[in-house]
Design a protein around this ligand. Structure first.
Ligand code: AMP
Length: 113
């Protein structure tokens, strides 16, 4: 399988990693949409949220706990940040390995574009 985020998780392509543990890797987005834009991914390949199953519940929780840790590291936990996971075409998903976008460092708008 030719998945760019699997390669990031394995260290096979360069990335700016800000957090990692046994199950999760967080790295800076190459096309940042905010002063801080970090992607939090599971090491295991899961294409979309639609592919999640009951046994993945703890792993999804770990994505959020890692995002919480990254927000604290970046010093944006109190001022605030946005967590987004796009699913499929209408949401603009372009990489089919689930990832939580952590966006911070500017005011976010609602509704999102
Ligand atoms: P999405 O459109 O929600 O699937 O988001 C995919 C994100 O991955 C985009 O924000 C891209 O800029 C980002 N991206 C793609 N390839 C890389 C990479 N090799 N390293 C870091 N970020 C990447």
């Amino acid at each position: 399988m030719d998945c760019i985020f699997c390669k990031v998780a394995k260290g096979e392509v360069a990335s700016d990693i800000v957090y990692q543990d046994e199950e999760v890797v967080a790295f800076r987005d190459i096309n940042p949409q905010a002063p801080h834009h970090v992607l939090v991914i599971p090491r295991r390949h899961i294409a979309t949220v639609n592919d999640l199953a009951e046994p993945d519940a703890a792993l999804v929780g770990r994505l959020y706990l890692a995002a919480r840790q990254v927000a604290a590291q970046l010093g944006v936990a109190d001022e605030g940040y946005r967590l987004v996971m796009n699913t499929n075409r209408m949401a603009g998903q372009s990489v089919f390995h689930i990832h939580l976008h952590l966006l911070a460092g500017r005011a976010m708008h609602w509704p999102p574009g």
